[in-house]
Design a protein around this ligand. Sequence first.
Ligand code: HPA
Length: 269
Amino acid sequence: MPATAFELLEAKAPFIPELAIVLGSGLGALAASPEALTGRAIPFAELGFPPQSVEGHSGQLIFCELEGRKVVLQAGRFHYYEGHPLATVTLPMRLYGRLGVKAVLLTNAAGALNPNHQVGDLMVLTDHINFTGQNPLIGPNPGPGPRFQDLSSAYDPALRATLHRAAKALGQTLQEGVYIGVTGPSYETPAEIRAFRAWGADAVGMSTVPEAIVARHEGMKVAGISCLCNMAAGILDQPLTHQEVLEAGQASAGRFEALVRRFIRDAAL
Ligand code: HPA
């Protein structure tokens, strides 16, 4: 990790957040909430991060208090498909770990593979399949985790239970399942989706997996939520567009925000 990024963040962070929340494509509404607008926003550029490019991502860390807890919202993330090395993709996780953040909530837009799930559903990640062909821990081990990181409960069971309790209290449907991480940026072929279903994947997306691995390596608890923004390739007889993904994310924004707020309130971190 570049020492300067941590030094810059440490100097600018108004407090040590308990929880970091990465806001996925179309799920950025929390960053425009009254609490966030009065929080301390640090543009990625001020931390020496590379500029952001993907539509729907603005690129800032927002330190604020939500539901009575100190959190940092990450609006925007780095994707491998943009050409960023995995060290950059996962740099925010290294920074949160070094800062003393206890848990991360990783959110994303994903394609649904499970025919029992519907566009617009939210899905708690129970596990992931790393199909990126890459691993962010390759190279000299920067610590603090071991050389061979255990991922047998990558997505914290207690935090998953908190999400389900929160959804129940809100009267929301909340799916759960396995997320398969791919590099993108092309969407999958129908044959790939059939193969992924046979492997047990319920959702597919282009983020989250490298971040989850590094967050675990930093000793932080991890929870993940996918917004199922489209049925994956070949499930419906229609092409996929980034526009539909963003629109489905926006349509789920209210439910997503309510769920995340309740989670923040109730989670034992
Ligand atoms: N595939 C991969 N990534 C995605 C998808 C998809 O169908 N939808 C949103 N992100």
